[in-house]
Design a protein around this ligand. Structure first.
Ligand code: SF4
Ligand code: SF3
Length: 518
């Protein structure tokens, strides 16, 4: 690849639904895109050197972070990617070396094989993010850690279609385990989420907006800002943090500001507070607020201040705090309508008998899980309209940043439940799976026989790994939008449609009619 050309088709907003070849729609320049491919190739060589087994210690961390750094809207900093390539090469040499992998081979070649290889690689990138979140809380699973290496090793090998499909299904099961350890890590550290009303009122005074998915960063920031007259507001995927008992006890965790990631350039313009990105999704910061943006962990953007990791310790947030104090915050209060969150598996299963009773009594005729990523495309209004049009005797479970399309709607209640139940971040897809499995247990049927339909929105690679987990569990007839992934070839799509009944979304009216007539 020359310095001016690139190839990336890993997210939903890719150019013309085919691939970004000059510059990413996300803002990723060719230099960074090509370096990310080089990093992936260097990690494949490392996995070859380790023969697909986990090496341990800092090398495991490098593998997780190296994959996580290539997720959409995580790292735009070529120097940081270069440093990770050098680390991967050094780790490979330490293991005695291995044949190099050609980065050009990643996304080129036979269309169907490239599609299957990409599905596995992109899923693996998503899982690495979840594994990292569990790891920073001290929770690892040897099988999950090892599968990062195994996946990379296999991506560097030749397989036929059935070989790739078998690997993809095996990966789906490993990712389920990964999501289980993350759920355990979060609930052990912060307690089980409880239903919580989150204020969106702005209060006068200095503040920090924290976004992304990392709850440990939030906890450390809350500790370091306690008693300093600084308010903390969540943004994007950090909203569900308010439901955790350990986090919600901090009085200066004031509420939520803004909506999903794609609105950040508008919502952060001239914001009189510091903005802290713990993970994706970062967009190129505009000059009106770039001086108050901070990143940490694998997130990076050239010229943007970075809070370094402290291995197993406490990060130093003093530059963020200093910036928030200097900016002074909002001058006056501004009222907002509260949002509900905290309906994770423990909260829902605690009232499982009431949910089951409501289904048996015909008060709840159907449950929809409308979850996934948000994004900028106009077609995403589908999800707002879909939820608005769900009949009054149905419940809507939701998770991840796609919820901002409808979490402000008041759809009323069924008995004690609001009709929209926010189960958490995309990380909490495990909660939704557990609820579905528990309901199937009560009704003595399979998940596919429940009055439950999954209507998913995807954008980046974490959604890919969750989808693969759902498929590996045999969950059928999932509806997916707003458009189909560019990396799924027509032949592979046919397999997914035939085997799993995966269905692209059409219109809310047509889809609701089709779902409810069953
Ligand atoms: Fe394009 Fe998405 Fe890749 Fe960015 S991450 S370069 S928008 S496909
Ligand atoms: Fe959102 Fe980026 Fe995927 Fe965690 S924050 S769901 S898009």
């Amino acid at each position: 690849m020359s310095d001016t050309s690139m190839f990336c088709f890993q997210c939903e907003q890719t150019v013309a639904g085919k691939g970004c070849t000059r510059v990413g729609v996300c803002g990723k320049p060719p230099e960074v895109s090509n370096k990310q491919d080089e990093l992936t190739a260097a990690l494949i060589a490392l996995a070859r050197a380790s023969k697909g087994a986990a090496v341990g210690g800092a090398t495991d961390e490098l593998v997780m972070q190296g994959l996580f750094a290539t997720v959409t809207n995580v790292n735009f900093d070529a120097a940081r990617v270069d440093a990770m390539i050098a680390e991967a090469q050094a780790a490979t040499a330490k293991l005695g070396g291995a044949p190099a992998y050609d980065p050009q081979a990643l996304f080129h070649g036979d269309t169907d094989i490239t599609s299957l290889r990409s599905i596995l690689l992109l899923g693996l990138r998503g899982m690495a993010a979840y594994a990292w979140h569990a790891h920073v809380l001290g929770v690892d699973d040897p099988a999950v850690t090892a599968w990062h290496y195994k996946g990379l090793l296999e991506i560097g090998r030749e397989h036929d279609v059935s070989g790739w499909l078998a690997l993809i299904m095996e990966f789906g099961q490993i990712n389920l385990k990964c999501m289980e350890i993350l759920d355990r890590a979060n609930t052990t550290a912060y307690g089980h989420p409880v239903p919580t009303s989150v204020a969106t009122t702005r209060e006068p005074g200095p503040f920090i907006v924290i976004t992304g998915h990392d709850l440990l960063d939030l906890k450390q920031l809350l500790d370091q800002t306690a008693g300093k007259g600084i308010n903390i507001y969540t943004h994007g995927e950090m909203l569900p943090a308010h439901g955790y008992p350990v986090l919600k006890q901090y009085p200066h965790l004031k509420g939520n500001y803004g909506t999903a990631w794609q609105n950040q350039q508008k919502e952060f313009a001239d914001l009189p507070g510091a903005i802290f990105f713990t993970t994706n999704c970062i967009m190129p910061p505009k000059p009106s607020y770039a001086d108050r943006v901070f990143t940490t962990s694998v997130v990076g953007f050239p010229g943007i201040a970075h809070v370094p990791d402290v291995h197993g310790g406490v990060k130093d947030f003093s530059p963020v705090i200093k910036k928030a104090l200097a900016l002074g915050g909002w001058k006056a209060a501004e009222a907002g309508t509260p949002l509900m969150t905290g309906f994770a598996r423990n909260a829902v299963l605690a009232v499982a008998d009431q949910v089951v009773g409501a289904i048996k009594a015909g008060l709840v005729k159907h449950i929809f899980l409308v979850g996934g990523c948000d994004g900028a495309k106009p077609g995403r209004n589908y999800y707002t309209e879909f939820v608005e049009k769900t009949p009054k005797d149905t419940l809507v479970l939701t998770l991840a940043c796609g919820k901002y399309r409808f979490n402000h709607l008041d759809l009323g209640k069924i008995g004690p439940f609001p009709r929209i139940l926010d189960m958490g971040q995309c990380n909490d897809a495990y909660s939704a799976i557990q609820v579905a499995v528990a309901l199937a247990g009560v009704f003595k049927c399979g998940v596919n026989d429940l009055p439950l339909t999954l209507v998913l929105s995807w954008y980046e690679q974490k959604a890919v790994c969750i989808l693969l987990t759902l498929l590996s569990l045999g969950i059928k007839n999932i509806r997916i939008g707003p458009s189909l992934p560019a990396f799924v070839s027509p032949t592979v799509l046919n397999v997914l449609v035939e085997k799993f009944g995966l269905t692209p979304i059409t219109t809310p009216d047509a889809d609701l009619a089709a779902i409810l007539k069953k």
